[in-house]
Design a protein around this ligand. Sequence first.
Ligand code: SAH
Ligand code: SF4
Length: 386
Amino acid sequence: MSGCPEELVRSFPDRLHGGKVNLKELLPSELEAFVRLLGESPYRARQLVRWLYVRRAGSFAEMTDLSRAFRQVLEEVAALPTLHLASPEESLQDTTKFLFTLPDGNPIESVRMRYLEHLGPGRLAVCLSSQVGCAMGCEFCASGKSGLLRNLQAWEMVDQVLAIQRLVDPRGERVANVVFMGIGEPLHNFRNLLRAIRILNHGDGLGIGMRHIAISTSGVVPAIRRLAEKRLPLKLAVSLHATRDDLRDRLMPVNRRWKIQELLAACRDYQAATGRRMTFEYVMLEGVNDSLEEADRLVELLGGIRSLVNLIPWNPVDHPFFRRSSKSRVQAFQDRVQQGGLRCTVRREKGSDIDAACGQLRLREIHRHADGSPRTEVPLAPGAGG
Ligand code: SAH
Ligand code: SF4
C-alpha cells in the first residue's frame, strides 16, 4: 500500500495529519471503524487504545503485539504526532509548568499540580490549554491582549496529559484530575474540547472520570447551555469577576453579549442538568471589584445556586491602573461572603490548590522567584493566558 487510501481520507477528512489519519484524534469507536476499513478485527482498536493512552507508544514499531504486516500498513496510512517539550520544566513548590511546541511551531503551556489533599498520594492534577491565545480580550488577562491564533485540536489537548504522564511515570504518579484553565476559552473550542474529554475519559485508555474534569469559562452562555444538554457530570467554573453589568462589560467584553443574569440563568440550568456544584471565580482588583458592597451583591446574585466562590489574587500583567487587592481586603471580602452563607475560598498562591492552575500566571511567578530579578516574560506569542 502506498500513501493513505482515498477511502480512509474520505472517512476521516477532519482527522488527518500530514495526509495520514491521526490516530490520536479518533474516538475509540472511530478507531474501530478505522481498523475495520483496513480489514482488521475490532479487537485491534482496543490494542491501539492501550498503546496510545496506557503505554503511550511513540511509534508503531513499539506496538509489538500487532503483526509486522499490520504495523507496516499503519506506518503508511496513520500518524502519531506528539507535542515537544520546548523548555525544561520549571517548578515552584508543588506546581510545575511545561511549555510545549505544537507541530506548527506554536507554543502552549500546561501546569502540573502535585499533592492535592483530596486526590490521594501519587495522584496529580493538570491544567490544560485549549487554544493558542484567546479571543475574549479580558482586561486583566495577558491573553486578552493579542487575540486568538487558533483552536487546539483534541489530540493537542490530550497530548498535554500524555506528555506529563510520561514524565511522572518513573515516580509511579498518575494524572487523576484535569482542569481546562490554561490559555484560551475552552467553550469557544466546543467540539474539540468535547472530543478531548471523551478521549481522556475512555475506560480502556486514560480513564479520567468526568467528575474529575473541570472547565473554566468566561461565560459563553450558548455553549454552557449546549454543554448542559450533554448531561455530563463535568465540573464547571465560571469567571464572574464583577457583580454589576457596567463593570463586567468593561472587565470582560463577553458580558456585552451575555449579561450577568443571563449567565446565571444558564448556570442554574447547568446545575439542574448535571447536579454539579458551580464554582465562581472572582479576581480581586483593588478598588475595582473588592468592596463589601460587591460581596453582598455577590451573595444576592448567587442565591439559589449551590456554589463555591473562589477568590483569586490578581497576578499583575502590564496594566496602567489595576492593582491586586491587599490581603486584608481579600480576607474581609471572604468573611462577608461566608457570612452571607456561601462557601468561599481564596486561591492559594504558591500552594497546591487545584485552582492555582492558571498556566501563564504561574510562569510569571516562577520566573520572579527563580532569579529574584524583575519578572522576565517567556515568549508565549501570541498572547498568554489566564
Ligand atoms: N478562559 C477561561 C479559562 C482560563 S483563565 C476563563 O476565563 O475562565 C482561568 C482563570 O484565571 C479565569 O478565572 C481568569 O479570569 C483568571 N485570570 C486571568 N488573568 C488573570 C490574572 N492576571 N490574575 C489572576 N487571574 C487571572
Ligand atoms: Fe481568555 Fe480567560 Fe484570559 Fe478572558 S480570562 S482573556 S477568557 S483566557
